[in-house]
Design a protein around this ligand. Structure first.
Ligand code: FMN
Length: 266
């Protein structure tokens, strides 16, 4: 199988795939069907832009055909007020209803999150979804154990000793993003994916909160990594507590004005 197959019966030689390729890996002799340049295969990051941009569906990439792809929506998918509302109404949720998150919903949510951008299209993010309350409680306990050991974050320790979990907040689900440490951008890729998940979750009535304390502990405290049984070479890069919000918010809290400097001629 070739990396790129172009159906010469369908291709109009419009050249769009050539100009779209981020690394300029396609070329055509005048009027010819485009082809991969010599050595192009090793630079291709399989981003699929050539396949996506072809107006006549003539190009297959790495066995993926135009027919195997979802049709793309053109123009703005969400209008500006809806997008602003989505971004402004997301809140960090720290108290959850005593209700499990259906695995089916999480499975559905993980789907669109796959389209979050990743450095060089590595798509390195692995999700560890923990929906066993005892296991989540134990991960919180280990985080507090770590805080105690390094004698930091006394607020966590004091609360834990008083029976309150400030680490994972008794969340019914913990979504942990891991990625290979030797990738191009494991933490950024995972953070973007988790951020997408956080926003997408709101469409399911789910709330979430970044589990910052846990993330730091998981990165620094061996017993947590051991407990998570991470894929070989992976590190914990991001984590979200998730569940159904116990409370409703009646207004959007204020934030600082956008801190923007323009650099450019007027
Ligand atoms: C990287 C990161 C780590 C965070 N860690 C925690 C955490 O461990 N516990 C917590 O309750 N909130 C955590 N938060 C939530 C922030 O406190 C919250 O985003 C901020 O107060 C703004 O509130 P909002 O998200 O409702 O707008 C974290 C947020 C980020 C981005």
């Amino acid at each position: 199988m070739n990396l790129i197959d172009i159906d010469s019966e369908i291709c109009t030689a419009c050249g769009l795939c050539i100009v779209e390729c981020p690394f300029g890996l396609l070329a055509q002799q005048t009027g010819d069907v485009p082809d991969l340049i010599p050595g192009g295969e090793s630079f291709c990051m399989r981003c699929g832009h050539c396949l996506a941009v072809c107006p006549v569906g003539a190009l297959a990439l790495d066995g993926e055909t135009p027919e195997s792809c979802d049709p793309a929506q053109t123009g703005a998918v969400v209008d500006p007020p809806a997008m602003a509302a989505l971004l402004k109404n997301r809140r960090s949720i720290r108290e959850y209803k005593d209700r499990p998150v259906p695995r089916k919903d999480m499975q559905e949510l993980m789907e669109p999150v796959r389209w979050a951008p990743t450095a060089k299209n590595e798509q390195p993010v692995h999700w560890l979804l923990v929906d066993d309350r005892a296991a989540i409680h134990d991960l919180a306990r280990l985080t507090v154990e770590w805080a105690r050991e390094i004698d930091r974050m006394p607020e966590l320790v004091t609360a834990w000793d008083a029976g309150k979990d400030l680490v994972l907040r008794n969340a019914p689900l913990l979504a942990i993003a891991t990625a290979p440490s030797d990738g191009l951008s494991p933490v950024i890729d995972s953070t973007i994916a988790a951020s997408a998940l956080e926003l997408a979750a709101t469409a399911y009535g789910l709330g979430s909160c970044w589990a910052g304390y846990f993330m730091r502990a998981a990165q620094q405290y061996g017993p947590i990594a051991e407990r998570l049984n991470l894929p070989r070479g992976h590190q914990v890069c991001a984590a979200l507590m998730m569940g159904y919000p116990k409370r409703t918010y009646h207004r959007v809290p204020p934030r600082k004005p956008a801190d923007v400097t323009w650099l450019g001629s007027v």
